[in-house]
Design a protein around this ligand. Structure first.
Ligand code: PEP
Length: 254
């Protein structure tokens, strides 16, 4: 059975101390309250990773991730961070393909495919984001757009490598806007994504792929979203900055 995952994306928020405090609260609450098999992943800014790695070392089901990596192994790339570096401080995951990186940092499908490769080489699990903009949804072409993002970013992978990837459907119009896809809208796309994966990698691989929903997910709407057959958890932005909300979302799977 595929994993249920609730991942937080802190984005460029929280100074060092605030991040440590929030993570300590998350760990304490998770120990007491998260009683299912769901996995929690906190994707923090780089500055926190090393300390969060220490704090979460012996905590089952709480992992940490980066929000980006460079596609090269190492070298003269001033200001960048490599897959090996984040792995060395305890990260197990990395968010790739987030719409903010596609839109504000010009990350293309080809670049993302290279980042996926280096992540996998270092044993990092990519949380690979795909999703349409408001205009793309209104144009009606969004299924094709999502299929292209999936194909161009991931379908060069072998079956074995693809099995290590987590997908996140994040309609761009729902990110940070307070507008959530309805459970039915989200399920329709998740089912489509699973079908596209099945056509490429087979039904068993598709059934084993965790597909998270992201976009203004909160404790109030998570239950109905996660009840959908093809929604295996969430990628949580704003609500992951509050320990109570993040844990309450994770507890949907208790
Ligand atoms: C995100 O940025 O991945 C996200 C889902 O943000 P929010 O939950 O704030 O919409």
């Amino acid at each position: 059975m595929r994993k249920k995952i609730v991942a937080g994306n802190w984005k460029m928020n929280l100074d060092y101390q605030s991040g440590l405090s929030l993570f300590s609260e998350i760990i304490n609450m998770a120990k007491d309250e998260v009683i299912g098999n769901q996995e929690l992943v906190v994707c923090s800014p780089f500055i926190h990773l090393s300390s969060l790695g220490q704090l979460s070392k012996n905590v089952a089901n709480v992992n940490i991730g980066a929000q980006n990596i460079h596609q090269a192994e190492s070298g003269a790339y001033t200001g960048e961070i490599s897959a090996g570096q984040v792995k060395s401080v305890g990260a197990s995951h990395v968010i790739l393909g987030h719409s903010e990186r596609r839109a504000y940092f010009g990350e293309t499908d080809a670049l993302l495919a290279a980042k996926v490769d280096i992540a996998l080489k270092h044993g990092l699990t990519p949380i690979f984001c795909i999703g349409e903009t408001k205009e793309e949804r209104e144009s009606g072409d969004f299924f094709e757009i999502i299929k292209t993002q999936l194909t161009a970013g991931l379908f060069h992978l072998s079956n074995e490598d693809f099995a290590a990837v987590v997908l996140a459907y994040e309609p761009v119009w729902a990110i940070g806007t307070g507008l959530t896809a309805s459970p039915e809208q989200a399920q329709e796309v998740h089912q489509f994504i699973r079908q596209v994966v099945a056509e490429k990698y087979g039904q068993e691989a598709a059934d084993n792929t965790s597909i998270l929903y992201g976009g203004s997910c909160n404790p109030g709407n998570a239950k109905d979203l996660f009840a959908q057959a093809d929604i295996d958890g969430g990628l949580i932005g704003g609500a992951s900055l509050k320990s109570r909300d993040f844990i309450d979302i994770a507890k949907v799977f208790n």
